[in-house]
Design a protein around this ligand. Structure first.
Ligand code: NDP
Length: 483
């Protein structure tokens, strides 16, 4: 098999197998071919991973931040050196075209390792003078962190969670989605090669039950999940029972508002990036595109032309712009939404078909005349389906944009600078864009409000979610006790 790893899990610095676990087939989404098989973790494997992470964490936390950072930065260099091979593996794991994976997967993982490697030496507490006495604070690690990933960005998610965790002196056990088990193993291998101690970064495979076993183990101190809002509620509740720290990066139904003074080509480019990149499998996608009445017809006409010119095909061909859905199951879910859209009266502008063959392809799809109560307007589709709504006034569109339980992202296209900031200010969203869409540099906090989650990934903000403060009061004079 093309992508068979040495073994299923990576624990305590080495590949580990336990064939007693259920078989997980890794399917290349472009052809349906099985390219690797791994086994789900048994309770013994989960136990080994947690024990290894616990021992490694104690030693790792004794190093200086600069020493820890050096390992992460070396890992970033190795990732960049191997970008081509890692991108190819990401393409086999997810089906995303090489045109994307060469630029945004291992590279953004390396960015996270480099950025948090750089920050590691500067994580300090505070000195608080109180006359003669004083207080100092120490920034201390949380302990053993569990990362649970979705299948859309397996390398990036493994690094976005691992890099800040390790920079702060924690260890990590990462469970990839069973749909994309391969890439995180490479991240673990590279970290070892870069000098990470055995057990610092472990990978265990499995379905939700393995994630559940990790989350409820009392030796685990923190859980960071990237997944759907429904899974987020379950994992958050399970973590709460053990009073564990959490980061929840969940789904969205984000609005993209386009005013009639916007640059039409830029706005269409933003809407296409925010709906068709990674075949629409991006949590922050602006899937509700509100277009002001004056430009709606021109917008739809040009959007249709540009969408129909997208080059769909073999993801390994670097000219291909659009690959398959990650799995047969996800393709079927998305096609179900397309059928609901048609049945509920939305106008199909372009696309709407699954493509015959062994791969899990769907055409990039645009619906117009979508109303706020339709299923495609309310539920996260997680596929290449753009819904276009018409609006007239700023006040009206803000109310409609915020009419959702989710709040991951949102964007506005306009050339009126005051309006841009006014609209963003009123938008219920954690990650916003003005005249752009879906940029996610490691320097900027990323995360949602409302049902889209808690905590932030990336940037200095992530440090708050992977460390805690110890407060130390120091008295210089006698203790004035009334007893
Ligand atoms: P799921 O919520 O189905 O799964 C996410 C992960 O959680 C998987 O590894 C899954 O394992 C695991 N899991 C499922 N149930 C449990 C449980 N009870 N306890 C512990 N772990 C569990 O999401 P998908 O993989 O389908 O990913 C798509 C979703 O992820 C979308 O909603 C998308 O918006 C969101 N997402 C959010 C991002 C963000 O940063 N905000 C970024 C990317 C995606 P298994 O797959 O084996 O069931």
């Amino acid at each position: 098999m093309k992508c068979q790893p040495t073994a299923s899990h990576f624990i305590n610095g080495q590949y580990v197998e336990d064939t007693a676990g259920d078989v997980i087939e890794c399917v290349y989404p472009a052809t349906g071919e099985v390219v690797a098989k791994v086994h789900s973790a048994t309770p013994a494997i989960v136990d080994q991973a947690i024990s290894a992470a616990q021992s490694a964490q104690k030693e790792w936390a004794k190093l200086s931040g600069t020493e820890r950072g050096r390992v992460l930065k070396r890992a970033a260099e190795i990732m960049r050196e191997r970008n081509h091979a890692l991108s190819e593996l990401e393409t086999y794991d997810t089906g995303k075209p090489m045109q994307e994976t060469l630029y945004v997967d291992a590279t953004s993982g390396a960015d996270a390792l480099e950025y948090f490697g750089g920050l590691a030496g500067s994580l300090t507490g505070e000195h608080i003078p109180l006359g003669e006495d004083w207080v100092y604070t120490k920034r201390i690690p949380l302990g053993v962190c569990v990362g649970i990933g979705a299948w859309n960005y397996p390398t990036q998610i493994a690094c976005w969670k691992g890099a800040p965790a390790m920079a702060c002196g924690n260890s990590m056990i990462f469970k990839p989605s069973e749909t994309t088990p391969l890439c995180a193993l490479k991240v673990a291998e590279i970290l070892m090669e870069a000098g990470a101690p055995a057990g610092l970064y472990n990978v265990v495979q499995g379905y939700g039950d393995v994630g559940g076993a990790l989350v409820t183990d009392e030796r685990v101190d923190k859980v960071s999940l990237t997944g759907s809002a429904a899974t987020g509620k379950k994992v958050y509740a399970a973590a709460a029972a053990g009073m564990k720290h959490v980061t929840m990066e969940l789904g969205g139904k984000s609005p993209l508002i386009i005013f009639d003074d916007a640059s039409l080509e830029d706005a269409i480019g933003g809407a296409m990036l925010g709906n068709f990149y990674s075949t629409g499998q991006v949590c922050s996608n602006g899937t509700r595109v509100f277009v002001q009445k004056g430009i709606k017809d021109a917008f739809l006409k040009r959007l249709k032309e540009r969408t129909e010119a997208i080059k769909l095909g073999d993801p390994l061909d670097e000219d291909t712009q659009f690959g398959p859905m990650v799995s047969r199951n996800q393709r079927d879910i998305v096609m179900g939404f397309v059928e609901r859209g048609k049945a509920e009266g939305a106008t199909l502008v372009t696309g709407g078909n699954a493509i015959d063959g062994d791969g899990f392809y769907i055409e990039p799809t645009v619906f117009a005349d979508v109303t706020d109560d339709m299923t495609i307007a309310r539920e996260e589709i997680f596929g290449p389906v753009m819904s276009v709504f018409e609006f007239e006034t700023e006040e009206e569109v803000i109310a409609r944009a915020n009419d959702t339980d989710l709040g991951l992202a949102g964007g506005v296209f306009t050339n009126d600078i005051k309006r841009a900031h006014r609209v963003i200010d009123l938008m219920d969203a954690g990650t916003c864009f003005i005249n752009s869409y879906n940029d996610a540099p490691v320097e900027a906090p990323f995360g949602g409000v409302k049902g889209s989650g808690v905590g932030r990934e990336n940037s200095k903000a992530a440090i708050e979610h992977y460390s805690q403060l110890k407060t130390v009061y120091v008295r210089m004079g006698p203790v004035d006790s009334p007893y």
